[in-house]
Design a protein around this ligand. Structure first.
Ligand SMILES: Nc1ncnc2c1ncn2[C@@H]1O[C@H](COP(=O)(O)OP(=O)(O)OP(=O)(O)O)[C@@H](O)[C@H]1O
Ligand SMILES: [Zn+2]
Ligand SMILES: [Zn+2]
Length: 802
């Protein structure tokens, strides 16, 4: 097999095919599928992945692979296939999909070194190469006569470890360890021989006679108040030896994890977990929906299912939404499984992410807890995949490749013959519908583990407040409750949902919101033209000056930021400490955690924040939850706005009364009788599901129809519009009769970075060749897109329609 099929890193064109390269002799024995290589491509050298090997090529004049970057594959065959699947499903490039599976640092060039990892004698040539050192540069090996195959063998035997030294600032951390070089009795002898004046040397020897184990040099020096030269003297006398040991940057190093053990499950939990355990035991794939109210003990179910998987020697992937990946959450997994757990989330530095990835790659851990991209963890024997809060939008990647982690999870679950558990108090309609149909198996937890009822929710009509002369953003009831709460020394969570502010227009007198007559979706206010527009069907009208319902002139788009709320609150309740959590206060690394810790330590009574405070938090002293404006999301130009409102209200209500103290929730709104608010206040998921499903059916939205969104952007507005209408025409030619093609219409954000954006939406029920159709339409514009002016992006199953 002298030929390698390589996918090259050129995503700018339509290059989705492999290129053949000759494998130079020196790499013949070692090159494996899944390794990264550099290859000549035109005048340049670029990176690529080896995705196959062959004995022959249909091409005559092949160029040679330049360098092989890995000695062990970074992508398994499963991941290579998965990459193909992702590329196909999301209509993106294979190379882009492969890149998405690797940590940032493996997408770049890096330097390597060889680290000796055994005390045993290496082969003669190897000993010669290392020449008494523990670490040597990879170039030294390449300059030697030792073959790649010999090296690979030594690596496989665990005698030598290859470490990546990344060019950028991301480097590994080493510490120097000191240990005795001789048997204890010989050390004793040496101690006796030492002159009495050599106080420090004697102290160090005495230490190692007592404790003949490696110790970190830094600690040793500190303990005995001495310098490196003392150690060096003893090393020169062959009494001590030092070596470099790599330490993984453990982001959770500082924290203590108190060990937990499995709780006795409640009857409901037992019933929920039983079929999962069965599937795990039998290596069978199945998708479960674990539908459990907030505080019903879903996490305990995950933990005990994972326990089974670990027992079997298999691995588990747990996905958690980014913002819920708090120390609290991590502790629950580390507390149960200790060092078997790797954590992957975006707050880690690139180096830390790489370290965690490598711990997975080297099978040093069996569980990974992480945000979206952790779904690509390079495990090879997966026993369960869990997606907590499965309804969360962050599981959809909003960038190429636009995959949904849930889809990838199910695909991997099939390959590994293992169960996939989707957990949520408020599953998406798509998921719940599948569970109802029996495509997924439903497991329900209907009660809180503390045996308490869900906290009572009061809906406050803010229009009535206004009419009663209260122009603040806090209703009288909320003020009163907050004061009572503070008197009792209990804590408050206040949610200000900022998403969507100032895009929709509402009458402050009657709560009327302008909606599109054809789509039942709020119109978006366009400041530059002073018009209201619908982004689904392009309908538009001028911004009204008075409310069409009640003729009040208080119709406007309004905005309230967390900062303003904080200021107002400080004036009203000067004695209450307030912690504000929003994008501004959590930008710095670790600040999110710090703020939560402060709140947990009761350094403040009120936690005020955006939706990032709605998830996963579990504070026993929180008895009051206030939602300042429940409607703010309701009128976004998004068919999921009711669903998102219902989810958010349910989640945030779930933060109250999770332990001994009884909780209470106040929801302020201008539209108190909107079904998503009403039903959320009654914790009536099924009621909401039925109502919302009917709406979706009427307006032809998921889960009844699938969506695909094509966005075209171009610096020239006319070109963008024309290309889009060209695409619409092409689509209409090719799709089935019951498929709806909408557009061209301007994107909700009509211009980004001086590019004009138009979109076309496809609503379809069954269109088996849609991806091919779209691909071929895109190929039609290949020349233009290659020039860089025109950009066409495809989002299959879009989550946001921006
Ligand atoms: N079988 C059990 N017996 C006693 N306590 C339990 C049991 N299972 C879970 N708990 C406790 O109940 C509380 C709520 O459980 P958990 O946080 O797992 O619920 P959840 O459904 O994941 O909640 P949320 O969706 O709100 O995050 C936790 O403090 C947990 O330790
Ligand atoms: Zn009005
Ligand atoms: Zn419309």
């Amino acid at each position: 097999m002298k030929i390698a099929n390589v996918i090259v890193d050129v995503p700018a064109s339509s290059i989705n095919q492999t290129f053949d390269y000759l494998i130079p002799d020196k790499y013949l024995d070692i090159l494996q599928v899944g390794m990264r290589v550099t290859v000549p491509f035109g005048p340049r050298k670029i990176m690529g992945f080896v995705v196959g090997k062959a004995a022959q090529s249909e091409f005559k004049k092949l160029r040679e692979i330049d360098q092989v970057l890995d000695l062990t594959p970074v992508l398994t065959t499963e991941l290579l296939n998965l990459g193909k699947w992702v590329a196909k499903n999301t209509v993106s490039f294979y190379i882009t999909a492969l890149q998405a599976m690797l940590p940032q640092v493996l997408k770049a060039q890096y330097k390597k070194e060889l680290v000796r990892d055994t005390e045993e004698q290496l082969s003669e040539e190897m000993e010669h190469l290392f020449a008494g050192r523990d670490v040597i540069g990879y170039e030294e090996f390449e300059g030697s006569t030792i073959s790649y195959y010999q090296l690979q063998k030594a690596v496989q035997d665990g005698d030598i470890v290859i470490k990546y030294l990344v060019h950028s600032k991301i480097t590994k951390k080493y510490v120097t360890m000191v240990q005795p070089a001789k048997e204890p009795y010989l050390m004793e002898e040496a101690f006796q021989d030492l002159s009495k004046q050599a106080v420090k040397q004697r102290e160090l020897l005495a230490y190692f006679i007592e404790k003949p184990e490696p110790v970190e040099k830094k600690l040793l020096l500190k303990k005995y108040q001495t310098t490196s030269s003392t150690i060096k003297t003893l090393v020169d006398k062959a009494l001590l030896e030092t070596n470099q040991v790599e330490v993984y940057r453990d982001p959770h190093q500082q924290q203590q994890f108190s060990k937990t053990t499995a709780l006795d499950l409640t009857e409901e939990q037992k019933r929920a977990i039983a079929p999962m355990k069965e599937k795990i035991a039998n290596n069978e794939h199945e998708v479960f929906l674990l539908h459990g109210v907030t505080g019903s003990g879903k996490t305990e179910v995950y933990l005990q299912a994972i326990q089974d998987v670990i027992h079997k020697g298999q691995e588990a992937i747990v996905l958690v939404p980014e913002i819920a990946l708090t120390p609290q959450m991590v502790n629950r997994f580390k507390g149960r499984f200790g060092s078997k757990v790797a954590v992957m989330h975006s707050a880690l530095s690139a180096g830390e992410k790489y370290d965690e990835w490598r711990r997975i790659h080297q099978k040093e851990v069996q569980v990974v807890v992480g945000a979206r991209s952790a779904i690509f963890a390079p495990f090879e024997n997966i026993g369960i995949i869990i997606i907590d809060e499965e309804h969360e939008g962050t599981y959809k990647q909003e960038d190429q490749p636009r995959y949904h982690a849930r889809d990838v999870a199910i695909e991997r679950g099939k390959t590994h013959h293992c169960p996939v558990v989707l957990g949520s108090a408020t599953p998406t309609l798509e998921t719940f519908a599948r569970a109802e149909k029996g495509v997924y198996q439903l497991a329900t937890l209907s009660k809180r583990t503390n045996q308490k009822d869900m906290p009572k929710v009061d809906i406050i009509d803010m229009r009535a407040e206004l009419h009663a002369g209260n122009r603040t953003m806090f209703s009288r009831v909320l003020m009163e409750k907050m004061e009572q709460c503070l008197e009792k020394g209990e804590q408050i969570v206040l949610l200000l949902n900022r998403r969507g502010y100032s895009t929709f227009v509402m009458c402050r007198d009657c709560g009327h919101v302008k909606e599109c007559p054809h789509c039942d979706i709020a119109l978006t206010y366009h400041k530059n033209t002073n018009h209201l527009k619908c982004h689904y069907c392009s309908y538009e009208e001028p911004m009204p000056t008075v409310c069409p319902e009640c003729e009040s002139d208080l119709i406007r788009y309004f905005g309230t930021g967390t900062q303003r709320v904080e200021e107002a609150l400080t004036k009203l309740l000067p004695e209450a400490g307030i912690i504000r959590m929003d994008v501004d206060t959590t930008r710095r690394k670790g600040s999110h955690e710090k703020l939560l810790r402060k709140f947990a330590n009761k350094e403040a009574s009120i936690l005020l924040g955006t939706q990032m405070i709605a998830k996963g938090l579990d504070f026993e002293n929180v008895t009051l939850v206030g939602v300042l404006t429940a409607d703010s999301m309701l009128h976004l130009p998004d068919f999921r706005s009711s669903e998102k409102t219902f989810q958010l209200l349910t989640q945030v209500s779930g933060r109250a009364g999770r332990h001994e103290l009884t909780g209470e929730v106040i929801v302020q709104t201008y539209t108190p009788d909107h079904y998503s608010i009403e039903l959320a206040s009654q914790y009536d998921f099924e009621g909401f599901y039925k109502k919302e499903m009917a709406t979706r059916r009427t307006f032809q939205y998921p889960p009844y129809f699938f969506l695909a969104l094509i966005t075209v952007s171009h610096p020239n507005k006319v070109s963008a519009a024309q290309t889009t209408s060209h695409i619409v025409k092409d689509l209409l030619h090719n799709v089935r009769n019951n498929t709806v093609v909408l557009g061209p219409s301007p994107s909700p954000i009509p211009r980004i970075k001086d590019r004009y954006r138009y979109q076309c939406m496809i609503k379809y029920k069954n269109e088996p060749h849609l991806r091919e159709i779209i691909s071929s339409i895109m190929a039609h514009f290949k020349e233009e897109t290659q020039k860089g002016e025109l950009l066409i992006t495809v989002d299959m199953q879009p989550h946001h329609l921006m």
